[in-house]
Design a protein around this ligand. Structure first.
Ligand SMILES: [Zn+2]
Length: 335
């Protein structure tokens, strides 16, 4: 296989674009852009960056061979479309369809199909293949504006009946607690998400912290408020991961998203609390990949056809082809 593969991770406030040559290990530096799903500029930003990175790798833009996209919401396994929608998701949006329609503007009429899957699912795929290939069960937890987990066994992704397996953010950590957009109360992500942690840090320190990396830096420098925020966040995640361990008994849990950069200040309280909540605590580590969901999205683009065909046989189709088949009644009653 020749040409360049691209992986894109889209979240509410930004996106990450990765690109690598398929005939060597050459890869462009990861690009993080302040264009997310809350706005309308992300397609232009992703397309421009895709063309630019392919050029940096010495190829014409028409030599894009594969592209995958990670999105921070569940993907309906029947339709391949983003399914369960948090309130900030901008309506009936399918980023794969948006990019597929516009990719020929940059990469010509033979541009590849854009494949899409949930960020945490693709993160689990990437961590399993790149870092924990021998592990029988890997859970990747994405902690950002929401909290979501991808579950990867030695040979398949576990999605659940409706594609919503791994909704760790909706485990109840405070019965009768804060109302959640899902309709329940006291869900983990009403207490643990990046927006809340940053707001808490700004309020407590009166400093304009713009990222969790800044909060982690202040905590490492001894700021007690920032240390508390990371500790409490880690403890909350640890409670939820205790339940995950008890139910799934994973070999390793990889924590991704901005909180991963806080290291032990977040993960040590997480581990300690998890130990209190389960007799089968897994190893908990921070992701070491540049961007695990974007890496997984690139792998989805590269291996998509064979991998997804295999997944489709197991009843979890996410290809656009399969979606078309389903629309024409040939997709079967996947459950
Ligand atoms: Zn909820």
């Amino acid at each position: 296989m020749t040409g360049v593969a691209v992986g894109v991770s889209l979240d509410a406030t930004g996106c990450t674009v990765l690109a690598k040559r398929l005939d060597s290990h050459a890869a462009a530096d990861p690009v993080r852009l302040p264009h997310g799903l809350e706005g309308t500029t992300w397609p232009d930003a992703v397309l421009e960056t895709t063309g630019r990175l392919i050029g940096e790798l010495g190829e014409a833009a028409t030599h894009l061979a594969a592209i995958g996209v990670a999105v921070p919401v569940a993907v309906d396994p029947r339709s391949g479309r983003p399914g369960s929608l948090p309130p900030w998701w901008p309506g009936d949006l399918d980023p794969a369809a948006v990019l597929s329609a516009r990719l020929p503007e940059v990469c010509g009429p033979d541009a590849p199909r854009v494949l899409l899957d949930r960020a945490s699912t693709l993160g689990a795929l990437a961590e399993h293949i790149h870092c924990f290939r021998r592990a029988p069960l890997v859970v990747f937890v994405d902690v950002s504006r929401h909290v979501s987990a991808g579950i990867r066994t030695s040979d398949r992704i576990e999605r659940g009946a409706h594609g919503r397996a791994g909704a760790v953010g909706h485990l109840v950590v405070r019965p009768d607690g804060r109302p959640c957009w899902c309709g329940n109360r006291g869900c983990l992500e009403t207490y643990l998400n990046i927006d809340l942690m940053l707001a808490d840090a700004r309020r407590a320190t009166r400093a304009p912290h713009a990222s969790l990396a800044e909060v982690a830096g202040a905590a490492a420098g001894g700021d007690r408020s920032c240390r508390r925020i990371l500790r409490e966040g880690g403890e909350l995640l640890g409670q939820a991961l205790g339940a995950v361990c008890t139910v799934l008994n994973p070999s390793v849990i990889v924590v991704g998203g901005e909180v991963a950069r806080a290291g032990g200040l977040f993960l040590n309280p997480c581990r300690a609390e998890m130990d209190r909540f389960t007799p089968d605590a897994a190893e908990v580590v921070a992701s070491t990949l540049d961007d695990a969901p974007a890496t997984g999205a690139m792998m989805l683009g590269i291996t998509g056809h064979s991998w997804l065909t295999r997944e489709a046989r197991r009843g979890t189709p996410v290809t656009r082809d399969t979606r078309l088949e389903s629309a024409h009644g040939r997709g079967g009653d996947h459950a």
